[in-house]
Design a protein around this ligand. Sequence first.
Ligand code: ADP
Length: 492
Amino acid sequence: MLSFIFISICLIVAALGIALLSKIQRLKESADKIATLNLSLEEMDEQAKLIMRTDMELNKAQEELDKKISSLDTLQKLSREINTTLEEKQIFKKINNKHLEALGFERSLAFLWKSLEREFRLYLCLGYGEEDPAKIETAVNANKDFFLDLIHNRSTASSEFAPENFLSQDKVRQLFLTQSFIICPVLTQEGDQGFIFVGTQDIDAAITKGDQEFISILANQIGQTLDNARLFEKTWKSQQELEIKVEERTRQLTQALEEVKKISRRKSDFISSVSHELRTPLTSIKGYAAILLTGKLGALPDEIKTRLEKINRHSDELIQMINDLLDISRIESGKVDMKITSQDLKSVVDKIADLLSEQLKIKDITFSMNIADNCQNILAARGQIERVFINLIGNALKFTPQNGKISVTANRVNNTIQIDVKDTGFGIPQDDQEHIFEEFYRVDNTINQEVKGTGLGLTLVKHIIEAHQGKIWVNSKPGEGSTFSFTLKVAE
Ligand code: ADP
C-alpha cells in the first residue's frame, strides 16, 4: 500500500514536473517574443523619428523653393517693366517696396557714379526715413574710393561676406543703418557705373547665396537698361540734331530756290525786252538790205551785192536767234498759251520730213518712220511739236554724214508715248551729253566750226516738251550716232 502511495506520489510529482517544465518553456518563448517585439518597437520609433526629420527638411526645402520661385517671378516682372524704360531716372522709379518685400528685403538704395562731378548720386531710396537719404549719400561719398574699388573689381559684398580691402561689415551696417545686406555693382558697357544696396533690419535673416544671385541678376538688368537708355538718348539726340539740320537746310534751299526763281524771272524779262528791242532795228536792216538787193534803187556792183547778201543772211540768222530766245523766255515764264489737243503724230512727222526732204536728198540720207498702232494720236500743241521735230530731225541731218540713216519711232511705254529720233551721225561725247540742253551750249567739233548754229535749239525743245509734261533725254556714242528720246501723253 505504501509503495503504491509512493509510486502515485512519484507519478504526480513527475507529472507536475513535466507540466512545470512545459510552462517554463512557454514562458521562455514568450519572453523571447517580447524581446523581439521590443526591438521592433525601437526600430519603428527610430524610423518615425527619421520620417519626421525628413518631413521637416522637405518642408524647409519646399519653403525655400517657394521663396526662390516667388523671387524669380518678381525679378521677371521687374525686368519686363525696367526693360521698357528709356530714361535713366525712370528705371529706378519702377522698383518699389512690393518688389523688395518679395525678394525678402525692406530697404534698398541705388547709387550711380557721376564722373564729371566725381561723386555718387542717389537714384533710389526705399524703406528709409525722411532724413536718411541725404546722410547716407554724404557717407557714401566720404567713402567713395571703397565703393569705386568694389565696382571696379566687380565684387559683391554682404553681411555674410566682405571682400578684401572693402569696408568692414560693421562699418557698412553703420553707414546704411541696416543689419543684413547685399551690395552689388551695376556695370554698363561704357564702364563702371554704380551699385545697388538691399538690406533688412532682421538680424536673424541670413543672406544666402541665392539672395546674392538674385540681386546680381537685378543689378545686371539695371546695367543693361541703362545702356539701352543711353543708346536711345544718343539716337534720339542725333535724330533731333539731324531734323534741325534738315529743317535749316530746307529753309536755306527754299530761300535759294526763291532767289533762283527771281533771278530767272529777271533774266527772262531781260532777254524778252532786249530781244524785242533788237528785233525792230534788225528787221529794218534786213528790209533795207532786201530792197537794195532787188536793184530797185539802182544797180549794185557785184562786191556790194555779195556784202548785202551776207548782211541779209546774217540778219536772218540773228532774227532766228532772237525769235528762239523770245520763245524760250515766253515758255519759261508760262506766257505761251499751249493749246494742247489731239494730234495725228504721223501727219506731224510727215510734214517735217517733207520740209527737210531737199536736204535729205542732197546728203542721200534714208529717212524712215515707224509709229506703233497705239501711238497714232498724241496730246500736243501742233505748232510747238512741229518745232520739236524740226529741231531734232534738223540736227540729225546736220550731224549725220552722207548716206546715213535717220528714223523716227513711237512706242507706248506705260501710259505715255516714247518717241525716238535716231541717227547714224557723229554722236556726242559723254561729257557733253549733260550740257547740250543748256542755252548756247554747242559741242566743240569740226562740224560746229563749219556749220552755223545758236546752241538754242535743244533748249527750246526741252522747254516745249516740259510744257507738255514730258521728259527728254539723249543716248549717244561718238562715231555711232545719237538717239534723242522724249515722252508725250496719249490722246485716247
Ligand atoms: P545748234 O544745233 O544750233 O548748235 P542745239 O541746241 O540744237 O544747237 O544743239 C546743241 C549741240 O548739241 C549742237 O551744237 C551739237 O553739238 C549737239 N547735237 C545736237 N543734236 C545732235 C545730233 N543729232 N548729233 C550730234 N550732235 C548733236
